[in-house]
Design a protein around this ligand. Structure first.
Ligand code: PTJ
Length: 262
């Protein structure tokens, strides 16, 4: 990995880039994944590169949903395998959710490389590799339609960090609850999912694992009331308000005469 000095003001962000470049060189990440990360970085910049209150509330709801689920599945793509493999494996262990490889740019080599990356962090069963991805999500044309009959096909709750809108819509049409992590509150996935964690996956995943550990001592009724009190539309609205307010404050600090308006 290219050596980034820990004192660099953008250390965290630069290390993430290095992890993705390494993931690209080792066959986990596609070039398109690097572009997708760049879009995420731009939104992270607007959000302030810190986990905000609206994301914490979505993390609480996601934790409750995963613990209440009967057949939860975590869908893993190349970027997620490069950035947070240890945390998806920990989340799977804490919630009992199955891990399934699901790729937009699917190839057998990438499926196996991603499964191996998860196994290095202690994953045992990784679904969605080779013939295991033998079932199909109806009405979906992309490679993401291929799923495991033991995993996503029969799941009641599917966690799909960094997803594309088509599959989110298709999974919802199948009656599944969809949880996502997406820095872009305007993306189709963000707007379609049941629970949208608007945060960087590198910050959100460790927080989600901690939340699940804390929530495990709660009864099912308490978890249900967390979920029932959650409003995803409101969370997206708050994320957009937060970005607007931040931009107005910054604009004001530069002396914009119009910044106080709106
Ligand atoms: O590994 P594959 O073949 O499944 O392909 C994975 C990518 C990510 C390339 C594929 O799913 C894709 O093209 O995704 P999109 O449609 O570009 O959507 C990715 C979304 O994730 C965008 O809305 C980005 O803003 C967001 N995003 C990117 N990096 C992060 C992120 N959200 C949270 N944390 C990030 N680090």
């Amino acid at each position: 990995m290219f050596m980034i000095p820990p004192t660099h003001p953008r250390y965290r962000s630069l290390v993430e880039r290095e992890r993705l470049v390494e993931g690209f060189e080792s066959g986990l990440v596609v070039p398109q994944g690097l572009i997708a990360h760049g879009r995420g970085e731009a939104f992270d910049y607007l959000i302030g590169e810190e986990t905000q209150e609206f994301a914490v509330r979505a993390i609480e709801a996601a934790s409750a949903a995963l613990l209440l689920a009967e057949r939860p599945v975590i869908s893993v793509n190349g970027n997620v395998a490069a950035l947070v493999p240890e945390h998806v494996v920990a989340l799977s262990r804490e919630t009992g959710a199955k891990l399934e490889v699901n790729l937009f740019y699917r190839s057998r080599e990438r499926e196996e490389a991603i499964a191996a990356a998860l196994r290095r962090w202690g994953a045992e069963d990784v679904l969605g590799v080779g013939e295991d991805a033998s079932a199909q999500i109806p009405e979906l044309q992309s490679e993401r339609r291929r799923v495991s009959p033991r995993g996503i096909l029969v799941a009641d709750v599917v966690f799909v960090p960094l997803e594309d809108g088509d599959r989110t819509e298709a999974l919802r049409r199948m009656g599944k609850m969809v949880i996502t992590v997406d820095l872009n509150p305007l993306s189709r996935t963000a707007r379609t999912a049941d629970i949208t964690i608007i945060d960087n996956v590198t910050r959100a995943l460790p927080l989600l694992v901690d939340m699940v550990r804390r929530h495990k001592s709660l009864g099912r009724d308490s978890l249900r009331s967390i979920l029932q009190g959650y409003d995803n539309g409101r969370v997206i609205g708050e994320a957009l308000d937060h970005i607007c307010k931040r931009l107005r404050d910054i604009s004001l600090s530069f002396g914009s005469p119009n910044a106080h308006r709106g």
